[in-house]
Design a protein around this ligand. Structure first.
Ligand code: C5J
Length: 221
């Protein structure tokens, strides 16, 4: 057992690094670059760039210390059969899920926009979980992947804080995983949602998990 105690809000957390996974949520071109899904919804995608450096540091930490790394991608089958109509029908028809944009069809698997940004590309052997929803457990094999490695603790980072990161943390918490969320390695199009999203995780004694920083995690060993 390789234990580390990590300062966090509302209290420090002691974790077993051999039972800890880094889960990087949706660091895809569709959310971070102009012309993708995030931009189609009217967002300033440049606001997500701040998480890239901290996530790169977490990836280096995880790879150096042999932690399981899992990447997720939100997206849909090319025939959109797995996309709820209510999700597809939102917004301008020319900019909807499945419409053609500068990075290919928006939020569709196999298209350039669906790829993880090159700076954070998965290393060989790191599982990539494709998810049709906001939560990484919903209709995916993530629970099986984590169970096979007897993972107990998740370090969850990525975008966006209050949507896919939050949904995944809530799902994980209900499934009995201890969640550590490095706030600087998460980002939102909305500063206030980012701040409140983190506070909601740590409130009430850590009702969904524990909020920390990238530096506090990488200094742990
Ligand atoms: C959103 C996500 N914001 N990855 N997806 O629609 O958070």
């Amino acid at each position: 057992m390789r234990q580390a105690t990590i300062p966090a809000d509302p209290n420090p957390v002691t974790i077993d690094l051999d039972r800890t996974a880094l889960v990087v949520i949706d660091m895809q071109r569709d959310f971070l670059e102009p012309g993708g899904f995030g931009a189609a919804l009217g967002n300033d995608v440049s606001k997500l760039a701040r998480a890239v450096g901290p996530i790169a540091a977490l990836l280096a930490f995880a790879r150096t210390n042999g932690l399981l790394v899992v990447h997720t991608r939100e997206g849909h089958r090319p025939d959109l059969a797995d996309a709820p109509p209510l999700k597809v029908e939102r917004g301008d028809p020319a900019l909807r899920i499945g419409a053609c944009g500068p990075m290919g069809r928006i939020l569709v698997r196999g298209e350039p926009g669906h790829d993880i940004i090159p700076e954070l590309a998965p290393a060989p052997g790191e599982p990539v979980v494709d998810k049709p929803g906001k939560g990484a457990f919903y209709e995916t094999d993530l629970a099986l992947i984590l169970g096979n490695r007897r993972i107990e603790t998740l370090i969850v980072c990525g975008v966006t804080t209050e949507v896919c990161v939050h949904t995944t943390v809530r799902e994980a918490n209900d499934r009995g995983f201890r969640c550590l969320v490095p706030g600087d390695a998460c980002a939102s199009y909305f500063d206030e949602f980012h701040a409140v999203g983190l506070r909601m995780i740590a409130a009430q004694g850590g009702i969904f998990g524990f909020v920390t920083t990238t530096g506090d995690i990488t200094a742990a060993l």
